[in-house]
Design a binder for this molecule. Structure first.
Ligand SMILES: [Zn+2]
Ligand SMILES: [Zn+2]
Length: 201
């Protein structure tokens, strides 16, 4: 594993700016990897690590930068809990640890460095100097990784009988009448269809 400084440089590059969230995320990722016995997540251990992030904010980019996990490789899983937390799974040993930022870590900056006027600076300094125990709680967890969720080539592909679009990896729904539907057609979509458009070159 690279040093925190080296990791932060790459976080900044990927994320576009340096922020307290990058620092917290980088430290979370380094701790998580260490706890599940992944020493070199972007090198020799790159096939061993899967990470679930529970928020789509700054910290998620830092976890991706430090560990090399990617949504497109199915090594990064996003679960929309709105929590500053992530679970690290070593797929070789099956050891998994969930790391969550403590609510009390948010107050550290004001407690420890009241003399630093700039809030951003205060928070950065606090996250730099805090111990892992001051920042995080950790728990051992079990993860059943289904075949359909594992990295590698798609396991299955079917066509939704309602919209005609392809669905990979078992995400289809079989309706009561036996027909195959995508999740959008079977329940509801996150978008509302307005009109079909024509692509013009
Ligand atoms: Zn940020
Ligand atoms: Zn459909």
């Amino acid at each position: 594993m690279q040093s925190l400084e080296e990791n932060l440089k790459e976080c900044e590059q990927l994320h576009g700016h340096m922020c307290a969230g990058q620092l917290l995320g980088a430290r979370m990722a380094m701790l998580g990897c260490k706890l599940v016995g992944v020493e070199d997540p972007r090198g020799k251990d790159r096939k061993k690590l899967l990470v679930w992030v529970e928020i789509d904010r700054c910290m998620a980019d830092a976890v991706g930068a430090v560990t090399g996990v990617r949504l497109g490789k199915r090594t990064l899983k996003y679960v929309d809990y709105g929590k500053v937390a992530a679970t690290f799974l070593n797929t070789e040993s099956n050891k998994a640890v969930r790391v969550v930022a403590l609510e009390s870590s948010r107050a550290l900056a004001d407690e420890k460095f009241p003399s630093i006027a700039n809030k951003r600076e205060r928070q950065f300094r606090a996250y730099s100097e805090a111990t892992d125990e001051e920042l995080f709680a950790i728990e051992s967890v079990a993860i059943e990784l289904g075949e359909m969720d594992a990295p590698g080539s798609p396991r299955s592909r079917v066509i939704c009988e309602s919209c005609g679009e392809g669905v990979n990896d078992g995400r289809e729904v079989i309706r009561a009448d036996g027909s195959v539907a995508c999740r959008g057609c079977a329940s509801e979509t996150y978008y509302k269809k307005l009109a079909r458009l024509t692509i013009k070159n």
